[in-house]
Design a binder for this molecule. Structure first.
Ligand code: CTP
Length: 220
């Protein structure tokens, strides 16, 4: 393989994938439509470039011995796994759809059917935001995703600033043919200065390769 093909050799890359599941009781959870396909594709693309890959995921991971898999369910578990994997890593790519809320009191026994049920929800930890001011952030390239239906660019840029990201990958989730739970994706990538690239609609493995191409060029 050429040295160009192994542009991430010796670099540790941490990738999150899938949607977190926040338990309600022993059999139910709050979840979302994320399938983990984009995160899995990114893990494979990074491994192809020679990176040492840790994939922190709520769903089935690719069967590939180059990828170290950490299985998690909740936002809290994902946060702990990210924190554990970050020291010494060069890149964090948060492709996971992390639930914004968890149930305040998880029932220890299965909830029985009743006329009405009110669940109190509390915010989960914002993993990226919590890293913004952490020393572990120094020298780490942090890439977030923005799944938006409205004011796409403004929301993506606001997230980039708020979470102090190096890059944000914008997904229009109002479209059924791309993004969450689709085979294809189409994304625009921003840094603090604005658009750095647009990846037109294509299969997720090809989007992943194009994204890694943008990321690897920006690594110091
Ligand atoms: N993210 C995170 N921790 C959370 C929620 C999201 O680290 N608790 C990350 C996601 O993995 C993604 C980025 O933040 O890379 C943006 O996620 P998104 O759900 O689009 O943004 P939110 O901050 O949840 O904002 P909102 O739901 O209001 O759009």
């Amino acid at each position: 393989m050429s040295s160009q093909a192994l542009a991430l050799a010796g670099r540790a890359v941490v990738i999150t994938a899938g949607g977190t599941r926040e338990p309600i009781d022993p059999v139910r959870y709050l979840g979302n439509r994320s399938t983990g396909r984009m995160g899995n594709a990114l893990a494979l693309a990074a491994a192809e470039l020679g990176a040492s890959v840790t994939l922190i995921t709520t769903v089935a991971a690719p069967d590939d011995r180059r990828i170290q898999v950490v299985a998690v369910d909740t936002a809290e578990e994902m946060n702990a796994a990210v924190r554990a994997a970050l020291p010494g890593s060069a890149v964090l790519i948060m492709a996971a759809a992390v639930a914004d809320y968890r149930v305040a009191e998880v029932a220890q026994r299965k909830l029985k059917k009743r006329d009405a049920l009110t669940l109190e929800l509390l915010p989960t930890v914002d993993i990226l935001r919590s890293l913004a001011t952490d020393p572990v952030r120094d020298g780490l390239m942090v890439v977030g995703f923005a799944a938006e239906t409205d004011d796409l660019e403004a929301n993506a840029m606001a997230k980039l600033a708020h979470k102090r990201l190096d890059l944000i990958v914008l997904n229009d989730v109002s479209r059924a043919d791309i993004g969450m739970a689709s085979d294809d994706n189409e994304v625009t990538v921003y840094d603090a200065g604005g658009v750095v690239g647009h990846i037109s609609q294509r299969a997720k493995p090809r989007v992943a390769a194009a994204l890694l191409d943008i990321i690897k060029r920006r690594l110091r």
